[in-house]
Design a protein around this ligand. Structure first.
Ligand code: BGC
Length: 753
């Protein structure tokens, strides 16, 4: 926060009447009221959605949310997260920031970083990953990029807003360690390092309190993470204004009109729900925001901020090129020979799916069409529908037969398939992970003919691919934005070497997903029963067969991994491009606790780097490990902690394609001993058996219980010894006094490493 603005804001707050301060708590639809009327130094500010481009409404009071001014439609976040490219995300932020500035938008309501808990999540296309580390790394760069352009970013939806079903009131019930390690982790780095001007609270309830007024959540944001910006509700989600303000909420979007908000705030103060000092605190954040936005506007307009649409269109293409994931390429069927005979089929080749529905929807300047892009490059590239979304069963059967008859005359059939628009949108979840039946049928029948079949998928979230083993190649193009079509053509014809990797797992079927039994809950609550086993953390622990694992993605070149130097903060690995063309590789580092059962420390992504290598080039690449790489959250002690132990560090091309692993011992902090610690728990710590043996010298009964555990595995012990605690021992060992126990606990804790 700019400290000069902070000083001015404090001054302004002192000058304002209570009624005027109240008015500053409400946003009128997308804009504040004319706050210049309240104080001459303040200018009204404007918000607009933004994860995939600027969505500035033509008319703020229009109910048609798609009636927006044109802007560049970038690939969806599920697409660009697969680039695993921090620098590209920063540049994306800069591009969007420039467009926002041109549209007079002060803050973009992006990025959205909720975790993809289930493949069915209706907004998965708008979110980054099933992994919090990857999400946090990329979103932080995106925020920084936007904000260098003098436009604010709004990080949303804090937190655990992982489904659309009953999104405005469902209560997400999540145990503490899962909340911290999975759902909050995705937000932490973006808040602390990205320093967004605004954070939007989720619609939902979290463990019994609406996010917008959830004391615990707001305290984590304000106190634990030191966040100082504006905290806004999601649209129409201000449930308990008083409780929100007391804990750090500052703005309602939209809120009551002027007269009503004044009335409400006066009542809140009168009833003792909030103090005037708490109101001042909230209002001050909004004033700082308005002052900073005003100053940024002056600076950028002086610089004559205009952007070149063509350059932004080209950047959207670059993003798509880096993000699409080549899932399968048997016998190197791709890239296609431009001179070969190619039959393109599938309605999506001419009516592309390129973005998701809802508040991230934008109206592109110009939209490329896949078939046209292929025809520009291929010498004989023909098209047949194959299926029509919304076509009758008979019509689709006829279209399929037409393709089957024609296919024999071509070298390769390229099928454009995926999910129709209506299936993926904000506001509702998907019913299943399946693609439309007519598309599956077309692909299956084509594979039965025995020719070469390449499938290009366009979808914002994972799908089942029952035919995957029978087709030669699969390109996951996700939702590629306005220039995604040329990126597809470039990859298919080899003008671009694909380098995206999956930011989410493709399970074989929905039932395999860890949240399957719990998602989306009942009318009131959803239990996060799978705990921290989200996505690959569970698939790996249970060794589930998968369609495609987390981190997977192929290239047209080959990479060799050689010597690796491993320490707890840095991995140095030698990578060689041993193929014949330039390519980008994403080196991934995973950590798990070697000696524990999986449920104590699931495998997790702890670092990654994306690099470009020329053919034959070899390079030593350093991957820094995040400070939380070896930590987990201890709910009893309410803190993050590294447990001493042996950790396996793996380096690879995906979570399953591991090229090098090494065990290292990390010294951490052991949990503190209390009177409820069991002998079994204590003797798992090094040297503790001997210390207890000494402590119990004059207490034969306790010593007896300890000795029972001598040759036992404390986790599997069959004797009572391992389960006894100081509290239970003192009941059977009358020589043990409370004061002695206290002294023992103190001594033992002082010796813990
Ligand atoms: C969405 C937000 C969005 C807001 C404004 C809400 O329904 O959840 O992500 O920013 O609308 O469009």
């Amino acid at each position: 926060m700019d400290s000069a603005c902070k000083v001015t804001a404090r001054k302004i707050v002192k000058e304002l009447r209570l009624e005027d301060k109240a008015k500053l708590l409400s946003q009128i639809v997308w804009e504040t009221t004319d706050i210049k009327k309240i104080h001459e130094d303040l200018k009204k500010f404007l918000l607009a959605d933004g994860p995939a481009g600027i969505r500035r409404l033509k008319d703020y009071f229009d109910d048609d949310i798609y009636n927006t001014r044109p802007s560049t439609c970038y690939p969806s976040p599920s697409t660009y997260a697969s680039s695993w490219n921090r620098e590209l995300l920063y540049r994306l932020g800069e591009h969007m920031g420039r467009e926002a500035r041109q549209e007079d938008v002060d803050t973009m309501l992006a990025p959205a970083v909720n975790i993809k808990r289930s493949p069915l999540g209706g907004r998965n296309f708008e979110y980054y990953s099933e992994d919090p580390y990857l999400t946090g790394e990329l979103a932080t760069e995106f925020i920084k990029g936007i904000q260098t352009e003098g436009v604010g970013a709004c990080l949303k939806h804090f937190a655990a807003n992982n489904q659309e079903t009953r999104r405005m009131n469902i209560n997400a019930e999540i145990e503490e360690e899962t909340l911290q390690e999975v759902y909050l982790s995705a937000f932490e780095k973006p808040v602390k390092e990205g320093r967004p001007k605004m954070v939007m609270m989720g619609y939902n309830q979290l463990n019994g309190e609406f996010c917008a007024s959830n004391p615990k959540l707001l305290q984590i944001l304000r106190k634990d993470w030191g966040y100082e910006g504006v905290v806004v509700t999601d649209c129409y989600a201000a449930h308990r204004l008083g409780q929100g303000i007391r804990n750090g909420l500052t703005l309602q979007m939209p809120g009551e009109g002027e007269a009503r908000i004044v009335e409400r705030v006066l009542k809140l103060i009168h009833d003792g729900e909030i103090t005037e000092a708490q109101l001042d605190e909230a209002v001050q954040h909004n004033i700082v925001f308005a002052l900073e936005a005003g100053a940024a506007k002056k600076e950028t307009s002086a610089a004559g901020d205009r952007y070149d649409r063509n350059k932004h269109h080209a950047f959207a293409r670059e993003l798509a090129e880096e993000s699409m994931v080549l899932l399968q390429n048997k016998d190197k069927i791709l890239p296609l020979d431009k001179k070969s005979r190619i039959l393109v089929t599938g309605e999506l080749a001419i009516h592309p799916r390129f973005q998701g529905g809802g508040s991230s929807h934008v109206n592109p300047w110009k939209l490329e069409i896949p078939l046209e892009e292929l025809q520009k490059r291929g010498t004989q590239t023909d098209f047949l529908f194959g299926y029509k979304t919304g076509g009758s069963v008979q019509e689709n059967e006829n279209l399929c037969q037409e393709v089957l008859k024609a296919a024999v005359a071509y070298d390769t059939v390229v099928v454009f398939a995926g999910l129709p628009d209506l299936i993926e949108s904000e506001g509702y979840d998907r019913d299943s992970m399946k693609m439309p039946a007519e598309q599956n049928q077309l692909i299956e029948k084509l594979t039965e003919l025995g020719g070469h079949v390449v499938v290009v998928l366009a979808n914002g979230s994972v799908v089942e691919m029952p035919w995957r083993k029978n087709v030669e190649a699969i390109l996951e193009s996700y939702l590629g934005g306005e220039s995604g079509a040329s990126a597809i053509a470039e990859i298919l014809f080899g003008e671009i070497n694909p380098s995206g990797k999956l930011a989410e797992t493709f399970p074989v079927c929905l039932e395999d997903n860890p949240s399957y039994l719990y998602f989306p809950g009942d009318t009131k609550r959803v239990i996060y029963g799978e705990g921290r086993f989200v996505g690959y953390k569970q698939y790996e622990a249970q060794k589930k067969p998968l369609a495609f694992p987390f981190g997977h993605g192929l290239s047209y070149t080959e990479f060799e991994y050689a010597a690796c130097k491993i320490s707890k903060s840095k991995i140095e690995v030698t990578i060689k491009n041993s193929g014949e063309r330039q390519g980008k590789e994403i080196i991934q580092v995973y950590v798990k606790k070697h000696t524990s059962k999986e449920n104590i420390f699931p495998i997790k992504l702890a670092g990654f780097e994306k690099i470009l290598l020329e053919p034959g080039e070899e390079r030593i690449v350093s991957v820094e490990l995040d400070e939380k790489a070896f930590m987990r959250y201890q709910p009893q002690e309410q803190r993050w902690n590294v447990e001493t132990g042996v950790y396996e560090i793996s380096v690879g091309r995906s979570v399953q394609d591991i090229r090098y692993s090494e065990n290292i011992t990390i010294q951490g902090k052991q949990p503190q001993i209390t009177e409820d610690s069991s002998i079994g728990d204590m003797i798992r710590m090094e040297g503790m058996y001997e210390r207890l043996e000494q402590a119990f010298q004059r207490h034969p009964v306790s010593l007896g219980f300890l000795e029972m555990t001598k040759d036992e595995d404390p986790l599997k012990s069959i004797s009572m010894g391992a389960l006894m605690t100081f509290n239970t021992l003192k009941r059977v060992d009358e020589t043990l006094q409370d004061s002695e126990i206290e002294a023992m606990i103190q001594l033992l804790n002082s010796r813990i490493v």
